[in-house]
Design a protein around this ligand. Structure first.
Ligand code: URA
Length: 231
């Protein structure tokens, strides 16, 4: 992360104000006065403001608009990971709260707060997730009832929990599920003989993907968004 961004985040000031502190020689990195805001701050940097050591306090929470082709794990031999999209100190300390497949796009939540993400991912909490789905074949009305009753996925002991299906057009729908089985949405549509050709997550709990975020962009969550899963 750039030094000016680090200062604005840790001190709660604008980048312009951070620039002034740098210009006034009020910032030291590893004991040396630094005036260049583009310097990269890494985990082993000791940044001081007027002699006071600065660090991120408290847990971090972000939403990312995941582009196609990025995976949600930290390491992958073949694909870029979502973590390369983050301009943050120690991105390796963050994890994804509810992964998406590589070809799925949309809302990904990232945090270093394990308890918080547990409320999203644990089946016990039944957190609702909303997906926009594009299908290869027309979607019959009766799929609404089939998904509401739960479907049997291959290799699973129990039916899926009731899912809400809203048909938007012949080959487009919104589906709301409250669990996160492996490839769940794709497998649910496969179980009724259809094929998902596009999948985009729009919402997790009450957190909606910010329309202003282009694919690959991210922002910190607001206090209100964070609070939803602290309850
Ligand atoms: N269901 C899927 O099939 N894939 C995802 O990425 C998310 C939900």
């Amino acid at each position: 992360m750039r030094l000016d961004k680090f200062l604005s985040t840790t001190l709660g000031i604008t980048r312009k104000e951070a620039g002034k502190l740098l210009k006034n020689k009020q910032i030291e990195v590893n004991g040396e006065i630094v005036k260049n805001g583009s310097l990269k701050v890494t985990d082993d940097c000791d940044v001081e403001f007027n002699g006071r050591s600065l660090s991120f306090s408290g847990p971090r929470y972000f939403m990312l608009n995941k582009p196609q082709g990025f995976v949600c794990s930290h390491v992958d031999d073949y694909n870029p990971t979502v973590f390369v999209l983050l301009d943050e100190v120690s991105p390796e300390k963050l994890h994804v709260a509810g992964r998406l497949d590589g070809d799925t796009t949309g809302l990904v939540l990232l945090t270093d707060d394990g308890q918080w993400s547990h409320r999203i991912t644990s089946p016990r909490h039944e957190c609702e997730k909303v997906y926009y789905v594009e299908l290869a074949d027309p979607l019959p009305e009766e799929t609404i009832q089939i998904f509401a009753e739960g479907v049997q996925l291959r290799g699973e002991k129990e039916l899926t929990r009731p899912a809400k299906l809203e048909i938007l057009s012949e080959r487009e729908a919104l589906i709301t599920i409250s669990e996160g089985k492996y490839h769940q949405v794709k497998r649910m549509f496969a179980s009724v003989g259809n094929k998902v050709v596009g999948l985009h997550r729009e919402q997790v709990g009450n957190i909606e993907l910010d329309e202003e975020l282009e694919p690959g962009e991210y922002r910190p969550l607001t206090d209100e968004e964070i609070a939803y899963f602290l309850k």
